[in-house]
Design a binder for this molecule. Structure first.
Ligand SMILES: [Fe+2]
Length: 367
């Protein structure tokens, strides 16, 4: 089956010139040969049927392109056919607000939206125009997930398994695996993948950039695929499945005041420093507990998300804002805030307190 967009073209030869010579379509067929009145073109994923004999309303063709010379150009063809060149959606940069933002997204006040197949989404970002995705996603119950082989063109995308588990499969990474609570995956750009099943009220935290990335289906590839190439490079990044069962805790700094320990995920190396994910927890001590000060060592982050995985603490900021109690599923975002602007701390944390931390570097420092 093939779909054709019918374009009326009383000036038949001009119509052919427009689609073939000006827009670069391939002329597939022209008929009847003695006095042509119908021409079929193909190109860039669309078929056009140019018809001299019918009457039809003018159509608009929107062309996605990265070619800066064409952007904003409008062309008018036969029968008022309008062609508009626009920036390809994946390259649209949402202007990220430059102002500093510190926000606490409390789960008790959260607004959940229902997506496809009963998935529940909670946006963890403050109001505003930010070039990030930060979502808390729930899939209630257990069972098959109505997903298919697809890929994304995000520059950075991580999924952290907060609760429950899921069966996932990724291109070139072997057999499906169980993504357990505390695990984290880096999904490099264009890696084909599929969520097969979810179990026990799966909850994940997803962080991605840019906001306007696209998702594409791949109808050709079946997963798991035959190739096994875990070191494959996807646009400069590697897939990584960081398992909570492999987690090693260590003090991340020589600062003796540090009262927390860190578990690295390897996502900084796998993503070629496009972002990092760590888990932090207080050190158990007999002495008076020091504040848990988790501000990332580097101050060159545009974006920091802390998601409370367990326990409670009081969030403090140096600008005099009142201490705020945070508990499980609350999320704190720092956007365009540097260590020089403000210091923050989590005080009086419960013993079981644990924080997921996702940092994205300052764009100016990206190579
Ligand atoms: Fe996906």
């Amino acid at each position: 089956m093939k779909f054709h967009l019918v374009v009326s073209s009383p000036s038949f030869d001009k119509g052919i010139t427009f689609f073939r010579d000006e827009l670069g379509f391939t002329l597939e067929k022209i008929t009847p040969s003695e006095d042509p009145s119908l021409a079929v073109f193909s190109g860039s994923g669309i078929n056009i049927c140019l018809d001299k004999t019918i009457q039809a309303a003018p159509v608009t063709l929107r062309v996605s392109t990265d070619n800066k010379d064409l952007l904003g150009i409008e062309k008018i063809g036969p029968n008022g056919t309008k062609v508009i060149y626009e920036l390809a959606p994946s390259t649209v940069n949402i202007p990220t607000l430059q102002q500093a933002s510190v926000d606490i997204n409390e789960v008790d006040k959260a607004h959940w939206t229902i997506g496809r197949a009963g998935m529940k989404y909670r946006n963890l970002l403050p109001k505003g125009s930010w070039d990030y995705v930060a979502s808390h996603i729930q899939i209630p119950g257990s069972g098959t997930v109505p997903d298919w082989v697809h890929y994304h063109d995000a520059q950075f995308q991580v999924i952290y398994c907060y609760k429950g588990s899921a069966k996932l499969v990724y291109e070139d990474q072997g057999q499906p695996f169980i993504f357990n609570e505390g695990d984290c995956v880096l999904q490099p750009p264009h890696i084909r993948h599929q969520v097969l099943e979810s179990y026990e009220d799966l909850e994940v935290v997803e962080i991605a950039t840019p906001l306007q990335h696209s998702t594409y289906s791949d109808h050709e590839m079946k997963l798991p695929n035959d190739t096994f190439d875990p070191d494959r490079n996807f646009q400069g990044q590697n897939f990584i499945w960081s398992r909570s069962s492999d987690r090693v805790w260590h003090h991340g700094s020589s600062d003796s005041n540090l009262s927390h320990e860190i578990s690295a995920t390897g996502i900084d190396q796998a993503s070629a420093q496009r972002g990092n994910v760590r888990v932090l927890r207080p050190v158990k001590t007999d002495q008076t507990p020091m504040p848990l000060v988790p501000f990332p060592e580097k101050s060159t982050h545009d974006f920091v998300l802390w998601f409370v995985l367990a326990g409670t603490a009081f969030f403090e900021r140096s600008n005099g804002a009142a201490l705020q109690r945070v508990s499980e599923s609350d999320a704190i975002t720092l956007i365009n805030v540097s260590q020089e602007d403000m210091s923050v701390a989590f005080r009086d944390s419960s013993e079981d307190f644990a924080l997921l931390e996702v940092c994205l570097p300052n764009r100016a420092s990206e190579s």
